[in-house]
Design a protein around this ligand. Structure first.
Ligand code: AMP
Ligand code: TRP
Length: 328
């Protein structure tokens, strides 16, 4: 039987180059050898207050982007988390197998609490349990995500093991799958922080839908390290990050790039990097714009079909779990 992948992204605004390199590009490669479930995790997005119109728009936009990047293989199921109620049901069940201390340790939770002091809701805390439910419901073998999610996958494995130990083999233990390069793309205006949508300024990230002028401006403005050498290294976080992006998108190794720009300043390097990013993102942007001309049509065909296919599999697992627990 073909192995299975599950991954998800929150519909909370423009996706950026970090999402693309850390997650989406991996999905693209894997879609041909795995049965894939790609989720739009709208319930996760609700841990931060959302405007309903914006949320719906962002759901459409993310579905369009999944298509636009090229997730179009037959065995790819794209669906919205809230369409499959088994996710929240299983999340409740799993929460009774999760210890407070385990959730208190989660780095993303600690960061989010700092960011959202006025809305430190219970959902922020139990967020990883819902994520575990997303994964375990589909008996996923592999979860391709950026490095920031590794801790959540480890928790998911713990919960699965805990359940299996008591009730027998119900859940598949999922593996974390990281991009070989670029699992953590850093912010352009502060290379000590990961590139993020919730960044305070737009200079920190490149959105997949940014136009060429904006991309070039952002790269030109990206901070650099002291010294003028184009070389990767521990004491050169900014240039290392730019070289990583360049390398992943161009297919040239970092060593080759260092060689290529030996003795040259940042100017030429940045212009070339800007061009590489623009060329990589252009087909995505144009496919995205075309799909967004008729989002209703997209939702009906893509998400309705995806939800039906996801429900079938989710129900099998949930039925098994409920039977084991004695509630069915
Ligand atoms: P999010 O935008 O937080 O919903 O993340 C969606 C996916 O992109 C997850 O797999 C993240 O791990 C990945 N991701 C987010 N930010 C980065 C980044 N700066 N570098 C690499 N991967 C990232
Ligand atoms: N927590 C992930 C993030 O913030 C999104 C997510 C939710 C996810 N459920 C998932 C990722 C299941 C992989 C698998 O990026």
């Amino acid at each position: 039987m073909q192995q299975r992948i599950l991954s998800g992204i929150q519909p909370s605004g423009a996706l950026h180059l970090g999402n693309y390199i850390g997650a989406l590009r991996q999905w693209l490669d894997l879609q041909h050898s795995y049965q894939c479930y790609f989720c739009i995790v709208d319930y996760h997005a609700m841990t931060v207050r959302q405007n309903p119109d914006d949320l719906l728009h962002n759901i459409y936009a993310l579905a369009a982007l999944y298509r636009a990047v090229g997730l179009t293989a037959k065995n790819v199921v794209v669906f919205k988390q809230s369409d499959v109620s088994a996710h929240t049901e299983l999340a409740w069940i799993l929460s009774t197998f999760t210890y407070m201390g385990e959730l208190e340790r989660m780095t993303q939770y600690k960061d989010k609490v700092k960011q959202h002091k006025k809305n430190n809701n219970v959902g922020l805390f139990t967020y990883p349990v819902l994520m575990a439910a997303d994964i375990l419901l589909y008996q996923a073998n592999l979860v391709p995500v950026g490095e920031d999610q590794k801790q959540h996958i480890e928790l998911t494995r713990q919960l699965a093991e805990r359940f299996n130990t008591i009730y027998g083999e119900v859940f598949t233990l999922p593996e974390y799958f990281a991009a070989p390069q670029g699992a953590r793309i850093m912010s352009l205006d502060d290379p000590t922080k990961k590139m993020s949508k919730s960044a305070t300024t737009e200079w920190g990230y490149i959105a997949l839908t940014d136009n060429p002028d904006v991309i070039m401006k952002k790269i030109k403005k990206a901070v650099t390290d002291s010294g003028s050498e184009i070389r990767a290294g521990k004491n050169k976080p900014a240039i290392t990050n730019l070289l990583t992006i360049y390398s992943v998108l161009s297919g040239k190794s970092v060593t080759d790039l260092e060689q290529l720009y030996l003795g040259q300043g940042y100017g030429k390097f940045k212009t070339d990097l800007g061009e590489v990013i623009i060329t990589s993102l252009e087909p995505i942007r144009s496919a995205y714009n075309e799909l967004m001309e008729d989002p209703e049509q997209l939702i009906q065909s893509l998400l309705a079909d995806g939800a039906n296919r996801a429900r079938v599999l989710g129900d099998v697992t949930l039925t098994q779990v409920k039977t084991k627990l004695g509630v069915l």
